[in-house]
Design a protein around this ligand. Structure first.
Ligand code: HAM
Length: 436
């Protein structure tokens, strides 16, 4: 007996599952194109150091990496952002800006298996490169939200939590944290909701080793900060602890401007101010965000943010960037949970019924006429009675049966039957396509 299984964390798509995935992707493609984004595709396998140097600690430990037959250290892509930055960087001199690109593809992470987390998952990515203004952040956030709304999801089912690494850096610098410790402290803040208070304090002490900033005091202020839900509240908090600077005031103005843009794009009701979002990936520089389902398990549907230094870090010219990745696993779980799951319909529109083997060749030429008009058309390989053929047409979900029998062939016509209404009529072969 055959004894092969799919590897842990990998999926296979039988046609019914493929039709669901296809629906998801066609909705995403439709929204991205309506926003003026162009589709691109990076390679699945890349040089290992593209990811080890650019993605951050957590992803590094999850790489599907190996040495290929040419002795190259390579890895399957855990995400598409470093490849995108390379592709745009390599053509930076001639490329029309802003670059608005999207991609849908499979990524690979050797994760511990849990609900919603697989080792092979699809991601819809959309990014804008070459535009530093808040208009690009607003466009990306609006696209993210519309890419969930397109399925019929609303503000009771998901939210986008908006944080800001830039504001964190200004706050931490004002709190006495030295520049070279900022990344370490930010990754401790990223763990705030994920580890115990004792573990957090230990992590913070390690991150601050030898610094003049005090770990307890800093954690207390951080906890207050992440609980705030409006820009006014952020401003009051900074004033109350005496952390004030022109840069902070300017950054708070950016917040107000961004929220106003999102309001005019009719997505502000999905957005909540939440400095608890700092994002685990190393390359983020400014506004960062994550979309979460607010029903069921509350898992992350998408994440992204600004990453203004990545293109330059890869050795190309400076190029500001902002984007997001949305996973297919959690989004389809959510759609199923709230009853919004749908499939693309690939069933034949027409099933051609063959009256007898004498007219099979006539039937095949009718099949070809229908197919070349783009009508999904199927027919039986074996000779069978009318009843059996109609049953098959029904089972396949066809909308019409086109009957090619000996009488019809003699008259140069076919009979078209609407399988929903049972209505039947005869049409000349030259008119079949317009009759369907
Ligand atoms: P990320 O937060 O690592 O960001 O992934 C984004 C989304 O991909 C997650 O919110 C989740 O829906 C899905 N995802 C991630 N890992 C898994 C997994 N193991 N199984 C199932 N789904 C998963 C990035 O990847 C960034 N590159 C996004 C980005 C694009 N930032 C800027 N541009």
């Amino acid at each position: 007996m055959a004894n092969f299984k799919t590897l842990p964390g990998f999926r296979e798509f039988y046609p019914e599952d493929y039709a669901k995935k296809s629906y998801l992707f066609s909705c995403w493609r439709g929204v991205a194109r309506s926003f003026g984004f162009q589709e691109f595709e990076p390679p699945v396998l890349e040089q290992l150091d593209l990811f080890t140097e650019k993605s951050g600690e957590e992803i590094k430990s999850q790489l599907f990496e190996f040495v290929d037959k040419g002795e190259r250290a390579v890895s399957l892509r855990p995400e598409m952002t470093p490849s995108l930055a390379r592709m745009v960087g390599a053509k930076a001199a001639g490329i029309r800006r802003p670059v608005k690109w999207f991609a849908i593809g499979e990524n690979y992470r050797y994760e511990r298996q849990q609900k919603g987390r697989l080792r092979a998952f699809y991601q819809f990515n959309a990014d804008i490169l070459g535009e530093a203004s808040l208009n690009a952040d607003a466009e990306i956030i609006a696209l993210l939200i519309e890419s969930l709304r397109v399925f019929g999801l609303d503000e009771n089912q998901f939210k986008l939590r908006l944080g800001d690494r830039n504001l964190w850096v200004l706050f931490l610098q004002n709190s006495g944290v030295e520049d070279e410790r900022l990344i370490a402290v930010l990754s401790v803040i990223d763990k705030l909701e994920k580890v115990s208070p004792e573990a957090l304090l230990d992590m913070m002490k390690t991150a601050l080793e030898g610094s003049k900033a005090n770990a307890e005091k800093l954690i207390e202020n951080i906890r207050q900060l992440v609980a705030l839900r409006s820009v006014d509240a952020l401003e009051e908090f900074f004033n109350s602890i005496g952390v004030q600077s022109e840069n902070i005031a300017l950054r708070l103005k950016d917040w107000r401007d961004l929220l106003a843009l999102l309001d005019s794009m009719d997505v502000a009701k999905f957005v909540s101010v939440d400095m608890g979002i700092v994002r685990g990936l190393a390359y983020y520089t400014g506004f960062v965000f994550e979309a979460f389902q607010t029903v069921g398990t509350g898992r992350a549907l998408a994440g992204g943010g600004r990453y203004d230094n990545l293109v330059a870090k890869l050795g190309y010219q400076d190029m500001p960037a902002v984007g997001f990745g949305m996973g297919d696993v959690t989004v389809s779980d959510l759609l199923e949970l709230v009853g919004l799951e749908k499939s693309d319909d690939f069933s034949p529109q027409v099933y051609v019924i063959i009256g007898s083997e004498n007219v099979r060749k006539n039937a095949l030429s009718v099949v070809r006429i229908l197919r070349s008009a783009g009508i999904r058309t199927d027919y039986p390989f074996k000779s069978a009675g009318f009843g059996k053929q109609f049953k098959q047409a029904d089972a396949l979900g066809a909308k019409y049966a086109v009957i090619v029998g000996e009488d019809e062939v003699a008259k140069g016509v076919v009979k078209i039957k609407n399988l929903k209404t049972a209505e039947e009529r005869e049409v000349a072969i030259s008119e079949i396509v317009s009759a369907i």
